[in-house]
Design a protein around this ligand. Structure first.
Ligand SMILES: [Zn+2]
Length: 419
């Protein structure tokens, strides 16, 4: 007996409500298009605000200086005498104005990017089979192209992703540069260089603080351990004082204690006490932790849109009787889930909830029904439609069983009924 799955998503609860199959339900998969520019916009705003505050402080300092000069004067002051102070104030005002303009421009650029993406994606969703059938397939290809690009970028295949971006004309629609940077930092950590990671932390500092991240502590700790390993104890002490104590004292005192311990005792002793600090794969672990933090900062799901759609596509075909079928060549396996190359992906997925199963004839693959093609169960356990049974009939009360390769009687063939 074979099952045929109902159309994708039927019976599932989706964004548009129970059993919705509106095209816009897929919008959730476009998360990456908007989540990254929104996070960038946040970061630009935070940095811009800091710059504006800094320059504003300079303006008030300069104006206080000028006011001080004028305050105690009892006689008219010469222009030249206050010129220097006034010029300084003017310079600070200009700096503040520049900081404000820069921040606004950068924010507007991000907002423009988000609006452009909304327009492009909206255009795709407006084109349907009904409105413009010839374009519908192209638009669907574009959507899936985007899912594949994000997946490639998440896995670190930036070069391939860039080629696909060019081919599909997706410039401005996908933040390749952000992923490129993230993977550069990851690679640098594996190559035992913490500098790019520290710069990344600096850029996302306030967000990381909000998340209660201990990434900076771990990276700084790594620098200290590297110094300890190389016997640079005075440098390690200086480094802890300057960089680690201010960030770890309040929230991560245990980490600080451990690091100080590594400096205080001999290398051998430290290796025994805190083997994880000296583990050979600690750089790889640090790179992994960095990637986890990136996911948190950008609020990415562990699964990409591509992997979600692939899993959904496979699960919708999965039945309890599916298992890898190695008896026939790959292109002859009738069920997608039973293909030995797909099975490893399908193995841990749930089975589809199929409410209206359909019976297909084992011989012709045609759909069985209650009128033209009534289903019959053979002793081999296979179901054949009436049309095939007619072809297998070899005379009065004689039917050929193609699976057991024997002649059987009509009494051995059971008619099946639909409930
Ligand atoms: Zn199967």
């Amino acid at each position: 007996m074979s099952y045929e799955s109902p159309s994708a998503l039927a019976g599932a609860t989706t964004i548009g409500g129970p059993n919705s199959n509106k095209k816009s339900d897929c919008l959730a998969l476009e998360y990456c298009s908007f989540r990254i520019p929104v996070e960038e916009l946040n970061a630009i705003f935070r940095h811009g605000q800091k710059d504006v505050e800094r320059t504003a402080t300079q303006v008030s300092k300069a104006s206080a200086l000028l006011a001080q000069k004028l305050a105690n004067a009892t006689t008219p002051i010469e222009k030249a005498a206050i010129r220097k102070n006034f010029d300084y104030l003017l310079k600070q005002v200009r700096e503040a104005r520049k900081a404000f303009d820069n921040s606004c421009d950068a924010q507007l650029e991000q907002i423009e990017k988000i609006i452009n993406r909304c327009d492009r994606i909206n255009e795709e969703f407006e084109v349907t089979e009904e409105t413009r059938p010839r374009h519908a397939e192209k638009m669907e290809r574009q959507q899936h192209g985007r899912y594949i690009i994000w997946h490639l970028l998440r896995c670190g295949y930036v070069k391939s992703a860039k080629i696909l971006v060019r081919e599909l004309n997706f410039e401005g629609l996908i933040d390749v540069d952000i992923f490129e940077k993230v993977h550069e930092v990851e690679k640098a950590l594996i190559d035992r260089n913490t500098q790019p990671c520290l710069q990344w932390i600096d850029y996302h500092r306030s967000k990381l603080r909000k998340l209660g991240s201990r990434l900076e502590v771990a990276v700084r700790q790594q620098d200290v351990i590297e110094m300890v390993e190389q016997g640079m104890i005075p440098d390690a002490v200086q480094y802890v004082k300057k960089f680690l104590t201010p960030i770890a004292k309040a929230n991560f005192p245990e980490e600080l204690k451990k690091t100080m311990g590594a400096i205080a005792c001999t290398l051998e002793e430290s290796r025994q006490r805190n083997p994880e600090l000296h583990a050979p794969d600690r750089w790889d672990t640090l790179a992994e932790n960095y990637m986890k933090e990136v996911y948190k900062v950008y609020d990415w799901d562990l699964d990409t849109a591509f992997s979600t759609t692939v899993q959904l596509g496979i699960a919708i075909h999965k039945t309890p009787s599916c298992k890898p079928d190695t008896t026939v060549p790959l292109n002859k396996v009738k069920c997608i889930v039973c293909r030995p190359d797909i099975w490893p992906l399908a193995e841990h997925l749930p089975c589809a909830r199929i409410e209206n199963s359909r019976i297909l004839c084992s011989m012709s693959g045609e759909l069985c029904d209650d009128d033209e093609n009534i289903p019959y169960l053979f002793p081999s356990g296979h179901v054949f439609g009436k049309q095939s049974v007619d072809k297998l009939r070899r005379g009065e009360n004689q039917v050929w069983d193609p699976v057991h390769k024997t002649m059987i009687t009509d009494a051995e063939v059971l008619r099946l009924y639909f409930l």
